[in-house]
Design a protein around this ligand. Structure first.
Ligand SMILES: *Cc1c(COP(=O)(O)O)cnc(C)c1O
Length: 416
């Protein structure tokens, strides 16, 4: 805890906060080395969909690891990747005909941006301006940060970030300002618009309507601006449907998936693209191929885990579980929303969020106080500033969900 050489992500080691050691996990429960049981109310940072250590995913990983662990993917292929590609084609929108593997949400976004630029280069139009949505988050690599909101997270790196055009967030009742700005920016010419559909995650669990999302899509299509849907968080049922885009009845030109792709067990990402984007890179000329790779592209073990995830979606009542969790969240959230200190209660599918007290930034002292409070109550919640959100694995029990909400109520009473 104190003298480990490990440098943790988004952690100020100088505050010397305790870092619990987890030894085992099952379903929605984490177990510490010293025997505590902690409820994972944020799906271990939005990745765990079906619960920890799902037997089917664990078995697929073990089996694949003993069979074929890794193979270069430039110029070679393997059965788990081919099966996964077919499985994704069967479940994802028809027009997304091609898929490119990488290993994290951030890299899936980098790949999407590079695909978009390659597409415009091939079309002979030097379009490279990227449109982004205010408060967006797309990852922590330089390109992904460039298309995300600027702030305390990335101030130190700002000189390295490329310029983008930010479209105002469609605040409830002011959607037209957002849509007008998007229309103007598209008319001025842009390579692509990247957006988190229906809910902006790291930006504070900010929700906007499916109707606005559909209108954004229409505007981009009208001006030939590529529409990139970053469904890294929203994908795999989080918002109630397999993809958030479904609720708006839209299909993007490029789709980024990661987090729940393996059920949250191992890292893997995929960027799916419409055929013209692939064709823009399809030539007899080696200089015009898609220049991107990482060592573990389409790692067979990760692909096997993703295949197990797809099998779970096909064969287990995942959609029923999601609908049931959404209903349970709704009941509890409406009770919590009664509280005076609770503002802006919102929910979409399995994700519920509230703001506590008056507005405060990510670095306000409320968040660490809440974090410590929840840690002491054996609940894993990680507020974004004064926003507390609940995004559990779909298998969380009623009793555990109650414990989570009781902890939040107690926190509101004691911490605010
Ligand atoms: C988490 C997230 C990312 C980044 O994914 P990593 O796997 O952490 O790199 C990108 N986009 C969205 C919407 C995310 O929520």
């Amino acid at each position: 805890m104190t003298d480990s050489p490990i440098w943790h992500p988004f952690t100020q080691h100088g505050l010397r906060e305790p870092i619990p050691r987890i030894a085992r996990a099952e379903g929605a429960a984490l177990f510490t080395a010293d025997g505590r049981r902690i409820i994972d109310a944020i799906s271990s940072w939005w990745v765990t969909t079906h619960g920890h250590a799902h037997p089917r995913i664990a078995a697929a990983i073990a089996d694949q690891a003993a069979r074929l662990d890794q193979i270069i993917f430039a110029g070679w292929t393997h059965e788990p990747a081919e099966r996964l590609a077919a499985g994704l084609r069967a479940i994802m929108p028809d027009s997304l005909t091609r898929l490119f593997f990488s290993d994290s949400g951030s890299t899936s976004v980098e790949v999407a941006l590079k695909m978009a630029l390659g597409y415009w280069l091939d079309r002979g139009e030097a379009r490279h301006r990227i449109l982004v949505l205010e408060h967006g988050y797309h990852g922590d690599t330089i390109g992904a940060m460039s298309v995300g909101a600027r702030g305390a997270f990335n101030r130190a790196y700002e000189p390295l970030l490329f310029d983008v055009e930010t479209i105002p967030f469609p605040v409830n009742g002011h959607e037209q300002a957002c849509l007008d700005a998007l229309e103007r920016a598209c008319r001025a010419g842009a390579a692509a618009f990247i957006v988190e559909p229906l809910i902006l995650g790291a930006g504070g669990m900010l929700v906007y309507s499916a109707q606005t999302l559909a209108e954004m899509r229409r505007i981009c299509a009208r001006h030939d601006v590529l529409f990139i849907a970053d469904e890294v968080m929203t994908g795999w049922g989080r918002t109630g449907t397999l993809l958030a885009c479904e609720q708006a009845g839209i299909v993007p030109d490029i789709l980024c998936l990661s987090k729940g792709l393996t059920g949250g067990a191992v890292p893997l990402a995929v960027t799916m693209a419409a055929e013209p984007i692939f064709q823009a890179h399809y030539h007899a000329d080696r200089a015009r191929m898609f220049f991107h790779s990482s060592s573990y592209t389409a790692n067979p073990i990760a692909c096997a885990a993703a295949n197990a995830n797809l099998a779970i979606w096909r064969e287990e009542p995942v959609r029923d579980r999601i609908a049931a969790l959404a209903a349970r969240q709704e009941t509890r959230l409406s009770a919590l929303a009664e509280h005076d200190a609770v503002h802006h209660a919102r929910q979409i599918g399995t994700i519920a969020a509230i703001d506590i007290g008056a507005g405060a930034g990510y670095l306000s002292d409320l968040a660490p106080r809440l974090l410590a409070f929840f840690r002491e109550r054996d609940v894993l919640l990680r507020p974004l500033g004064n926003t507390v959100y609940i995004m559990p694995p779909y298998c969380i029990s009623d009793e555990d969900l109650d414990l989570v909400y009781h902890a939040i109520e107690a926190a509101i009473e004691q911490v605010t």
